[in-house]
Design a protein around this ligand. Structure first.
Ligand code: ZN
Length: 221
């Protein structure tokens, strides 16, 4: 898989990715653990296609950060153009589901926020979006009711259901399409549940989303 494509099981050709739209603060418990307020509308940001890398390969933390954090998220592969769409159109426009890590440089992000600067260098750098192969949408019975779990060195971190999202998948993707036209090959990350934690060089990562897949990886030294 090159940096700018993803694999969809059952499709012979890799899928070229345009952009990755991400939602911040989409699970109540995660908001609480970071001490944030529940937002009134969904908060979005974008990672470029250059942030992609295979989830099975070691996560590389850039040298300018001393505190990286993992956020394991359910990722949707967009198959049809969505612009200002209705919630009812969303699930039909999703071609597949995957596991994605929203790798966040917590120290860099805090530094940027405190200065009122944009924080792309904390969340959108090369390799900040490790992603698994996508399974076809039809193979997942209910994307809004999947257990998502992650262990780091055998210790439980994330362990929650996608049913706990503040904005459901149709709600958040419809809202995102009001700002950003979603095109075939774009990816939407649906937010992280509770249990975010640090990533240290040498860590062993085990990640699973029910019906979507299970992937083991590590953090590079
Ligand atoms: Zn995230």
């Amino acid at each position: 898989m090159s940096k700018h494509t993803v694999q969809l099981q059952g499709r012979a050709e890799p899928v070229s990715v345009g952009k990755i739209v991400c939602i911040g603060r989409n699970y109540a418990a995660h908001i609480k653990e970071l001490g944030n307020e529940r937002p009134e509308s969904p908060m979005f940001f974008i990672k470029p296609a250059t942030s992609l890398c295979p989830l099975s390969e070691p996560v590389v933390i850039p040298p300018y950060s001393k505190s990286a954090r993992h956020e394991l998220e359910l990722a949707a592969l967009i198959g049809k153009t969505l612009k200002n769409c209705d919630e009812a159109q969303v699930l039909d426009a999703i071609d597949g589901w995957a596991l994605a890590l929203d790798v966040t440089l917590a120290d860099v992000q805090e530094r940027c926020k405190s200065k009122g600067h944009p924080w792309e260098i904390a969340k959108a750098f090369d390799g900040s979006c490790p992603i698994s192969e996508f399974v076809p949408a039809a193979s997942v019975t209910d994307p809004q009711n999947l257990m998502l779990s992650m262990r780091v060195n055998g210790e439980q971190r994330h362990h929650d259901s996608t049913s706990l999202m503040l904005w459901s998948i149709p709600e958040l993707i419809a809202a995102a399409s009001g700002y950003f036209t979603l095109e075939p090959g774009d990816i939407v990350l649906t937010g992280t549940p509770a249990g975010v934690g640090p990533l240290e060089p040498g860590d062993i990562l085990e990640m699973e989303i029910e019906q979507v897949g299970r992937v083991s990886s590590s953090v590079a030294r």
